[in-house]
Write a protein that binds this ligand. Structure first.
Ligand SMILES: NC(=O)c1ccc[n+]([C@@H]2O[C@H](COP(=O)([O-])OP(=O)(O)OC[C@H]3O[C@@H](n4cnc5c(N)ncnc54)[C@H](OP(=O)(O)O)[C@@H]3O)[C@@H](O)[C@H]2O)c1
Length: 339
């Protein structure tokens, strides 16, 4: 039985991790921690009453290394990089949900996250955990960098087209919408009920920190440099991301060939569902699941592809994908705990 720790249990992703891991037959959650929050987990999150007696402690390296084989870090960016290297040095596996190990260049990290990287030594060891694309590398990972929520929806939507027909693409524009839990548990005016309910707005237009992550991994799939246009919006719902992605082609494609490409690419994948011609993803079909639903359409002149992609930001976009990654790393059934 693998012993699992969750650091950041009082946050949204930590809570979803525990919910999934308590139903996982190959692991036992032995350690939960946070920063300022302490005490019984079923007091912090009453939905865990009668499900667990775990008690949240202030994080310490000694407790984590004594009690865990693998540690999930569900922490804000710039916090994980203070902790991950020491856990690795103690022989533990680390699955980090933050952005700290996703970007390969420290100059890019500094530009978008406004901080110097403090664990440059371990950065090259980190494996990007987009399960369906990097499975063989994930199997050997000791430091797993779990993808961001928006990048997960975008990269799964674009992977077949970019990796197989990258030379036919002139531009990519991603119009993304996320529920409010994407911002985490911190209290800020912009995320309060009266400011979100019955409202809809764009934010960080062409300047969101997930832009370089999407570009970096599109490049790794295709060997071509990408400059994507990325515009996020805040939806008045708790959870769920829906992205509408406009891909301008410089050569024609047909509806049927596009669908065939995607159906074949994801033929053996449980968690990516390519919808039939004419169908479109809906948040209600993916929220609280680890599925990514993808819809496809092509314009009459056959040069504009529109891909729609829907996930739950806290499940496939964070904790579900993190558990899927753990399953791959340990050779468990990849769907264990998730369906
Ligand atoms: N929310 C999403 O949809 C989503 C999706 C994908 C990825 N992510 C990423 O996942 C990470 C967690 O996100 P979240 O939304 O779950 O955040 P959150 O709700 O704000 O929770 C953050 C957690 O980190 C803990 N923490 C902060 N500093 C710490 C420290 N130095 N030591 C130990 N614990 C510390 C907090 O504990 P206290 O309560 O004690 O402060 C809290 O439990 C972030 O990096 C985020 O970008 C989030």
């Amino acid at each position: 039985m693998v012993r699992v720790g969750i650091v950041g249990i009082s946050g949204f992703s930590g809570k979803v991790l525990l919910d999934i891991l308590l139903n996982h037959k190959d692991v036992r959650v032995t350690y939960v921690a946070a920063h300022s929050t302490t005490g019984r987990v079923d007091v912090i999150w009453p939905e865990f009453k009668n499900r667990t007696d775990l008690v949240c402690e202030k994080y310490t390296l000694d407790a984590a290394t004594a009690q865990c084989d693998v540690v999930f870090l569900a922490l804000p960016h710039t916090e994980s990089m203070n902790i991950a290297g020491k856990l690795l040095a103690a022989g533990k596996k680390v699955i980090d949900l933050s952005a700290d190990y996703r970007l390969k260049k420290i100059s890019v990290y500094k530009k978008w996250y406004h901080a110097d990287h403090k664990d440059v030594k371990n950065l090259p060891k980190a494996v990007y955990g987009l399960c369906e694309i990097y499975r063989s590398k994930i199997k050997k990972a000791k430091l797993l960098s779990n993808p961001g929520c928006y990048p997960t929806a975008a990269l799964l939507a674009l992977a077949p087209l970019v990796s197989i027909h990258g030379e036919k693409i002139a531009s990519i524009t991603i119009d993304a919408k996320s529920g409010v839990s994407g911002a985490g548990k911190k209290v800020a005016e912009a995320f309060m009920f009266p400011f979100v309910n019955e409202n809809f707005k764009a934010y960080r237009v062409l300047s969101h920190q997930h832009t370089p992550e999407i570009s970096q991994y599109l490049s790794s799939m295709s060997g071509k440099t990408w400059d994507v246009n990325f515009v996020p919006h805040l939806l008045p719902v708790d959870s769920g991301i829906l992205e509408t992605i406009y891909v301008q082609l410089n050569a024609k494609m047909t509806d049927a060939s596009l669908h065939l490409l995607y159906k074949k690419f994801y033929k053996t994948e449980t968690f990516v569902r390519v919808l039939d011609i004419g169908q479109q993803p809906e948040l209600r079909n993916v929220v609280r699941t680890n599925f990514c639903d993808i819809g496809l359409a092509i314009s009459e002149n056959r040069k504009m592809v529109v891909i729609t992609s829907a996930i739950d930001n806290l499940v496939k976009g964070a904790s579900g994908q993190a558990v899927q990654n753990m399953n791959i790393m340990y050779g468990f059934n990849e769907t264990e705990g998730l369906v």
